[in-house]
Design a protein around this ligand. Structure first.
Ligand code: NZQ
Ligand code: ZN
Length: 388
């Protein structure tokens, strides 16, 4: 196990009707003039927007609002939010939504203390410094942004999707009410679950040895999600199954599972190029890229892939050669993604072959990617080819 420091200070408020506590929570963290940030129409349709607005106002807070965050959030709206926060002296941001809303809120939070263009953070031209405090009400278990230090944003000019990181971006609190997931469409449920699994796998595939505890925690998280997504697809109002998935979504990305081990993140970086070029849902892009990445890299450390096949996908350890066990594990994972309506090939998402080189070049803009295996532009093109 490697040396590590672990810091994850987000307070979690989990359970039924917890969104109604939002006013008291914001006040407890010193908020007074609050920006309520949200996405398209879902929060208003489900009624959670009204509940949250009422709770904020009843607590005597001054509330401003900025809706309209799109999936794969755009820097243009963040710039609008920064101007609003500076003009109105906003001192707290409430993000009501999923990863896109939270990441947009993080961009606004950091930009509010910065004189230059907020995109500088994402192009690594400026480090993230001071930021407005953020509180989250999560409506989709997926990105894990509710406790992460990262923000992933798209710049429409040039089709760039880039991340920035900073401890000041970690939300102060996250309200997780599984009831808020009942309105999620099937496709978003599955894209979210694919992303959760991917966050675990980016940490699971490591060359670090003697990481038994985190291996087992990763496997338990993956098995829990695989089992419970079937239940919520059968019954969207299965609170207990949602509770398992929602908590798993946070655990998958608060970096507990990554402690003491080298991590990979190659598949995520490759997927961000797909989302940037084709505006595909992040989770759907990962369901395509991860199997292709596995087929390309498994020989680097075949024992780890055997362990994954046996412990997560119940492939019989006794009967096959290691390579067959690995490939059967990958087949079962692809079968799982298909069974929940995710594409597992680029062609299934309507993506052709014409931009492989261009996307590979962009993915390596800051150098080679991936911790488990370092990937060059050529490697990434090969992975895209396997994913055809
Ligand atoms: O916009 P509305 O109308 O609200 O609809 C949203 C959106 O269309 C809908 N939705 C959310 N909650 C709902 C709901 N519909 C009905 N009922 C509800 N309760 O779901 C759609 C997708 O929302 P989005 O926020 O985009 O999903 P997700 O949470 O998967 O976030 C994806 C973004 O997070 C980034 C991704 O790259 C992507 O841009 N990530 C952020 C990370 C981080 N900051 O740590 C890490 C991740 O790896 C990821 O890269
Ligand atoms: Zn992700």
């Amino acid at each position: 196990m490697l040396n590590f420091e672990y810091y994850n200070p987000t307070k979690i408020i989990f359970g039924k009707e917890t969104q109604n506590q939002i006013g008291d929570l914001v006040k407890a963290y010193g908020g007074n003039r609050v920006l309520l940030h949200y996405g398209g129409s879902s929060a208003k349709k489900s009624g959670v927007y009204d509940q949250v607005m009422r709770a904020l106002k009843e607590s005597g807070l001054t509330v401003f609002e900025l809706g309209g965050v799109k999936p794969n959030p755009r820097v243009s709206l963040i710039r609008e939010g920064v101007t609003l926060c500076k003009q109105e002296g906003i001192d707290f941001i409430v993000a009501l939504g999923g990863g896109s809303v939270i990441d947009s809120a993080k961009g606004i939070a950091a930009g509010s203390y910065y004189d230059g263009d907020v995109w500088d953070f994402y192009m690594k031209k400026a480090p993230v410094g001071q930021a407005l405090p953020i509180g989250v009400i999560l409506t989709i278990p997926a990105a894990g942004s509710e406790t992460s230090a990262g923000s992933v944003v798209t710049n429409e000019e040039g089709h760039y999707k880039r991340d920035c990181q900073g401890e000041t971006l970690i939300p102060k609190f996250a309200v997780l009410n599984p009831q808020l997931c009942f309105t999620l469409p099937d496709y978003q449920v599955s894209a979210g679950v694919s992303d959760i699994l991917a966050h675990v796998m980016e940490r699971y595939f490591t060359n670090t040895e003697h990481v038994d505890l985190t291996d087992r925690l990763c496997e338990a998280t993956m098995r829990t999600v695989i089992q419970n997504v079937r239940l919520v697809r059968e019954n969207k109002e299965n609170y207990d199954a949602w509770a398992e998935i929602m908590w798993a979504g946070t655990i998958a990305h608060n970096n507990l599972l990554g402690t003491g081990r080298e991590q990979d993140w190659g598949s995520h970086n490759i997927e961000h190029e797909l989302s940037a070029e084709y505006d595909i849902a992040h989770g759907a892009g990962l369901a395509i890229i991860f199997p292709a990445w596995m087929k390309y890299v498994y020989r680097e450390n075949i024992h780890r892939f055997v362990q994954f096949a046996v412990r997560v996908w119940d492939v019989d350890f006794a009967c096959e050669r290691p390579e067959e066990i690995v490939l059967e594990g990958i087949r079962r994972m692809e079968g799982f993604f298909r069974s929940i309506g995710m594409p597992v090939r680029l062609s299934e998402a309507g993506i052709g072959e014409d931009r492989f080189e261009q996307m590979a070049e962009k993915a390596c803009m800051f150098g080679s990617i991936g911790g488990f295996k370092k990937l060059s532009e050529q490697d990434i093109v090969e992975i895209f080819r396997i994913a055809r």
